[in-house]
Structures are given as C-alpha cells and as structure tokens.
Design a protein around this ligand. Structure first.
Ligand SMILES: NC(=O)c1ccc[n+]([C@@H]2O[C@H](COP(=O)([O-])OP(=O)(O)OC[C@H]3O[C@@H](n4cnc5c(N)ncnc54)[C@H](O)[C@@H]3O)[C@@H](O)[C@H]2O)c1
Ligand SMILES: O=C(O)[C@H]1O[C@H](OP(=O)(O)OP(=O)(O)OC[C@H]2O[C@@H](n3ccc(=O)[nH]c3=O)[C@H](O)[C@@H]2O)[C@H](O)[C@@H](O)[C@@H]1O
Length: 405
C-alpha cells in the first residue's frame, strides 16, 4: 500500500475509534441517568470549598471522629450526619444528588445540614480521583456508607443504576479506603431485603441469605460478599447494617408510607398489596431515630482497620447486624393509622402483589444488635407516623416554608 493510501486508512481508523468511544460514552450516560459524571474536583482546588470541607471535617470535641458520610443528602444520611455533628464529630458528606426522587428534597436536606455546619461534596462514589483527594484533605477515621440506589421495585425499571451504585460504587469506595494509611473503619447500609424469600421468622443474622427476590436485594447481598473480601485481603474493618423499612420525617417519597400520605391527601387511589389467598403483607417498620442510634452504636464499637497502603497487617473486624423494630405491622394497618392522623378516608383498593421484587413480610431478630451495639428501638409505628405526618404537613404546606428537624 502506498503512503497517502496508508495515511488515508489511518485517518478512517482514527475517526472510527473516536465514533466508537463517543458512542460508548453516550451509551453509558443514557443507561446511568442517575450518575452524572462527578467532575467535581473544583471542590478541592478552590480554596473556599477546601476551607468548608476542612471546617466540616474537623471534630468539635477532642475525641471526636472524622466521618465521611456517603449519601448524606439522602434520608438516613441527613439524620445520621446531623446526629454525628451534634455530638461533636467532624462530618463531611458526599452525594451525587441524583434524580431518583425529587432533587429539591435532597437540596433542602443539604440546606439543613449546612445550617448545622455539615458540608456535602457533590460527587459520585464511583469517582476514585475525587474520593482520594477528599481522603488526602481530611484524615477520615470512619466512613458511614449510605449512598446507594435504594428501592425494591425500581430495579425492574433501571437495573443498571443498582449495579452502578451498589456494586461498582461500593468497590470504588473500598478501593480508596484500602490504600489509606491509616485505613478508616467502615459502617455501611445493607438491607433486610437480603433475607429474600426466607420463611423462618424472625430473621436472624445467621439465617441463609441466598435467595434474594429483587435485584436490589441481590446487590446488597453482593455488597456483603464484597465486604468480606476487602476485610479478608486488605484488613478493612467493616460493619454491615441490615435496615428494616425505615420511615420518618424527611423520608423517601418512593416509599409506601410517604406516597400513601401524598395520594390520600389528594384523594387519589392507593393500592394495598396482598399475597396469594389473601395473605397479609407486613413490614417491620423502623423509625429513623432508632436507626440513627443503631448507626452511632456501630460506629462507636467499630475497631480499627488493620491494614495500610492496601496491605493487611492482621485480622480485622467484620460484622453484620439487623436494625429493625422487631414488631411487624400489616400494610393495611399502616393505612388505618394514616387515615386517623390525616383525618381522611383512604380511597384504597386491595390488589394482588405484582411480581415486582417485593417480599411478603419482614421481621427482625435484633438480639445481636441489642447485645453488641446497645441498640434498643423505642418508637412504635403510631408514634413515628405522627411525627412523619407533622413534618409532611409542614414541609409541603402551601406557603412553601421548610421544616426543621
Ligand atoms: N430507607 C430504608 O427503608 C432502607 C432500608 C434498608 C436499607 N436502606 C439503605 O440505607 C441507605 C440509605 O437509604 P435512604 O433511605 O437514605 O436512601 P436515599 O435514596 O434517600 O439516600 C441515598 C443517597 O445516596 C445518593 N447516591 C446514590 N447513588 C450515589 C452515588 N453513586 N454516588 C453518590 N451518591 C449517591 C443519593 O443521591 C441519595 O441522596 C441506602 O444504602 C439504602 O439502600 C434503606
Ligand atoms: O427494609 C428494606 O431493606 C427495604 O425497605 C424498603 O422497602 P419496602 O419494605 O418494600 O418498603 P416500601 O417500598 O415502602 O413498601 C412497604 C410495603 O408497602 C407495600 N406496598 C408498596 C407499594 C404499593 O403501592 N402498595 C403496597 O402495598 C409493599 O409491598 C411493602 O409491603 C425500602 O424502600 C428499601 O430501600 C429497603 O431496602
């Protein structure tokens, strides 16, 4: 082949590769609409942001922890960050503010945290460069990892987002943690959904968890296996918390108690699922303040990671706990309580549970968490929903004035 022809072919090859590359970027950005690439390094280069991150991460008490809270603009993340800061720990949040549910609620939670001196870095846990820079800036002693694609039923619509955040994101975070010196101790949110189709109640940590009924559950189960690996190879201290249907003020609009409230107030129809042959569907609903106490208990009892720079120096702690209320309530009863609190009659239909990944019941055995974390839930569904409804009516009141915790 003569030289001009070769140059011509090289040019065509270059154009073809560029098209493939751009096509791949387009493909991934369409498939992961919730994971806007977090090119947020400006946070760490601009001295004003740097100041805010340093200030937020600085403990206010002498023995305070320095905690990175992922998913801090989320429901549980906001409450845990508030409690940690209130007791004097340094807290830096990280959240990608994705659009899975109303972003304005995440921004309102961010405002609230700002008023309590907690700064949230906007970025994705898959962004290893950003994570590394953050860790270099603040020597985190602990990571409270709550960022995830939550929700059981949404996995039918957007499976990729679960793999991206709950598997890819978790690995990305652990990869950065393992290289730190000293490594932080990690506490992260698993889920009651790992018990899947188990029939034995109450669910106990020693029960099998290998029959998940949703992709969400499968990614949380994968997270537990991944935690085992990083603990085993790299000496990371890791504690997984299996939360059971958490509810309360500042909650998640995709959850039944939240959208039942919204739809009941609008007079819209709600569907209450039932199992085959009229089987009552129930959940071990757990109030947010109880969950927060469980998270703090897990952080306080976490021992140090043993590795440094990716190399394990000795065995490290690996734990899993149920955080539930140990008192399951039928979904129909949840609706009755809401009717009384909202003073409206629900326009409800009882319908067979669709094949959407939901399980029929959950019920936590919490003896282990009680013994080892001092976990002791104190809020029943009626009292917890009362607080949720008060917040809801205030937050969504027509004047638009935002509530406080
Ligand atoms: N709320 C519950 O009932 C419940 C029950 C069991 C387990 N969990 C788990 O607890 C954790 C917190 O749940 P929640 O109810 O607060 O959910 P949430 O959706 O309100 O909070 C999760 C936050 O993580 C952020 N996020 C998601 N993917 C991210 C990514 N790739 N990078 C950075 N940020 C990301 C989201 O923007 C969101 O603000 C999750 O891991 C969830 O799976 C929750
Ligand atoms: O405990 C957990 O691990 C899980 O708890 C909740 O999942 P879930 O218990 O399914 O909570 P909701 O989505 O709020 O559903 C509560 C109940 O209402 C029922 N439901 C839901 C929607 C609906 O339209 N009708 C209805 O009866 C569901 O079947 C379920 O029994 C969270 O959404 C998950 O992120 C979390 O992982």
């Amino acid at each position: 082949m003569d030289k001009p022809l070769r140059t011509h072919f090289s040019l065509i090859k270059l154009i073809a590769w560029t098209c493939i590359f751009l096509g791949l970027i387009l493909f991934f950005s369409l498939h992961y609409p919730h994971s806007s690439p977090s090119n947020r390094l400006k946070y760490l280069e601009d001295s004003d942001w740097k100041y805010q991150i340093l200030n937020s991460g600085r403990p206010k008490s002498r023995n305070g922890f320095r905690v990175l809270v992922t998913g801090a603009a989320g429901f549980v993340g906001m409450h845990v960050s508030t409690a940690l800061r209130q007791r004097g720990d340094g807290v830096v949040g990280l959240d990608n503010f994705n659009g899975y549910y109303e972003k304005s609620l995440k921004r309102a939670r961010e405002d609230l945290l700002k008023s309590k001196d907690v700064f949230i870095v906007e970025g994705d846990i898959n962004d290893g460069v950003l994570l590394t820079k953050l860790f270099k800036l603040v020597k985190f002693t602990h990571v409270m990892h709550l960022a995830a694609q939550a929700g059981v039923r949404y996995a039918m619509k957007n499976p990729g987002s679960y793999v991206h955040s709950n598997i890819g994101g978790f690995v990305s975070l652990l990869e950065v943690c393992k290289l730190m010196n000293p490594q932080p101790a990690i506490v992260w949110a698993s889920s009651s959904s790992v018990y899947g189709l188990n029939k034995k109640v109450p669910f106990s940590e020693i029960d099998r968890t290998d029959n998940p009924s949703s992709l969400y559950a499968a990614t949380k189960k994968a997270g537990e296996a991944i935690a085992h690996t990083y603990n085993h190879i790299h000496g990371l201290s890791i504690t997984g918390l299996r939360f059971f249907t958490v509810y309360g003020p500042w909650g998640r609009p995709d959850m039944a108690y939240f959208f039942f409230t919204r739809d009941m107030l609008k007079g819209k129809q709600i569907s209450v699922f039932e199992g085959l042959n009229g089987f009552t569907v129930s959940r071990d609903f757990t109030y947010i303040d109880d969950i927060v106490k469980g998270c703090l208990g897990a952080l306080d009892t976490a021992t140090k990671s043993t590795g440094s720079g990716g190399v394990k120096k000795g065995p490290a702690q690996l734990r899993v706990y149920n955080l539930g209320n140990t008192s399951p309530v039928p979904v129909s009863k949840l609706v009755n309580i809401l009717e009384k609190l909202l003073k409206v009659k629900a326009n409800k239909v009882v319908s067979p549970m669709p094949a959407n990944g939901d399980v029929l019941f959950t019920h936590a055995n919490i003896s282990l968490a009680r013994r080892e974390l001092g976990y002791k839930p104190t809020t029943d569904l009626q009292s917890g929903l009362k607080k949720f409804v008060a917040w809801y009516l205030d937050y969504y009141k027509p004047s638009g004035k935002k509530s406080s915790v």
